[in-house]
Design a protein around this ligand. Structure first.
Ligand code: P6P
Length: 334
């Protein structure tokens, strides 16, 4: 795309304004550790590449299936694989990552070449919302960064850390615009990808919105517990205020809308098995961290998501995530 011409009256568009808001300098200003800055910079680079491939998927013939089956037993979309490889390659290039975990890969991923002395662990869902890839509906990348707990490159405990150990987490939503959300303790900001491939700070210190939206797949009604049926009926009835329903079918898009405007997203666990659909490590923990940093909350059927000790890499839990008040209301009702 063409370069921005400095515009005096609108500092956001001028280079001077842009340099003040350009995410690399901005991120470096609020992340002290230079190694962590490098990890985040490599993730943002990967998200630019993924964004470009998402927007051109049909043209690049990346649509459709590779015919492979992933650890979730789902058919692998070519774009999922591309996103996964892009993140692994960029994180490896940073030379700052000790170990990775991906929603697409069954076990531990080590950077190539390996970095036994690196400090950081990165877990990610490279492209969440795969069911929406072929129909041009928003999808996203989710990530979280931890410090390693030991230097054993075979020890999966490095990936099985509680969400409350997260140092930084975020996502990139590939929607009508490409927006990177980056969250560290008490500071969450949004960056929009410009046509000259820079992430510009567009929202600083976001706090969870408070409009009344509920986001749940109501086709699962017959599998809801009595408590959840009571809660959803109260949301519908107007008893808790005038709510509207929104459901994209991509967790990142539903979460991003609720973060900005407000609302609560729910994906209940199966009441019989207690097993959820969403992955604790790759989806729920990173978003629960953001919710907490923006005055929101996230629980599974009973406890705060960030307090759950993961027992398996691909563990799935129920998820109720949104403004703190919304989650508190549900807990009083169920
Ligand atoms: P359902 C997408 O495949 C995903 O993992 C999440 O992004 C999304 O919230 C959920 O599944 C949608 O599931 O059962 O409502 O289609």
């Amino acid at each position: 795309g063409e370069l921005y011409e400095p515009e005096e009256e609108n500092p956001m568009l001028g280079w001077r304004g842009a340099s003040r808001y350009y995410s690399k300098e901005y991120i470096d200003s609020f992340i002290e550790d230079s190694n962590l800055q490098e990890v985040i910079s490599s993730i943002s680079t990967a998200c630019k590449t993924i964004s470009n491939s998402v927007r051109l998927a049909g043209i690049n013939d990346l649509l459709g299936k590779t015919g492979d089956i992933n650890v979730q037993g789902e058919k692998v979309e070519k774009l999922d694989e591309f996103a996964n490889n892009t993140l692994i390659n960029q994180l490896s290039k940073s030379k700052k990552v000790f170990m990775m975990g991906s929603e697409e890969i069954e076990s531990i991923i080590l950077p190539q070449p390996e970095n036994p002395n690196a400090e950081y662990i990165v877990v990610f869902d490279p492209l969440d919302g795969s069911s929406n890839i072929d129909v041009s509906i928003s999808i996203g990348t989710i990530f979280a960064i931890y410090k390693k707990i030991n230097s054993n490159q075979q020890d999966v405990d490095n990936l099985l850390q509680k969400g409350n150990q997260i140092l930084a987490s975020g996502y990139t939503v590939y929607g009508s615009s490409t927006v990177l959300c980056l969250s560290i303790p008490n500071k969450t900001s949004l960056f929009t990808l410009s046509d000259n491939q820079e992430f510009f700070l567009t929202t600083e210190n976001i706090v969870h919105g408070d409009s009344k939206v509920y986001s749940i797949n109501e086709s699962n009604w017959n599998k809801f517990t009595k408590g959840n049926k009571l809660w959803v009926n109260k949301l519908r009835s107007g008893e808790l205020g005038k709510y509207t329903a929104r459901y994209v079918g991509s967790l990142v898009a539903d979460f991003h809308r609720n973060l900005i405007k407000g609302g609560v997203f729910a994906y209940p666990a199966d009441p019989k098995s207690g097993i959820g659909r969403l992955r604790l490590i790759y989806e729920c923990n990173p978003l629960a961290f953001i919710a907490k940093q923006t005055k929101g909350r996230a629980t599974d059927e009973s406890e705060d998501i960030l307090d759950i000790k993961p027992s398996a890499l691909h563990q799935r839990v129920g998820l109720y995530i949104g403004g703190k008040e919304e989650i508190d209301i549900r807990e009083k009702i169920i």
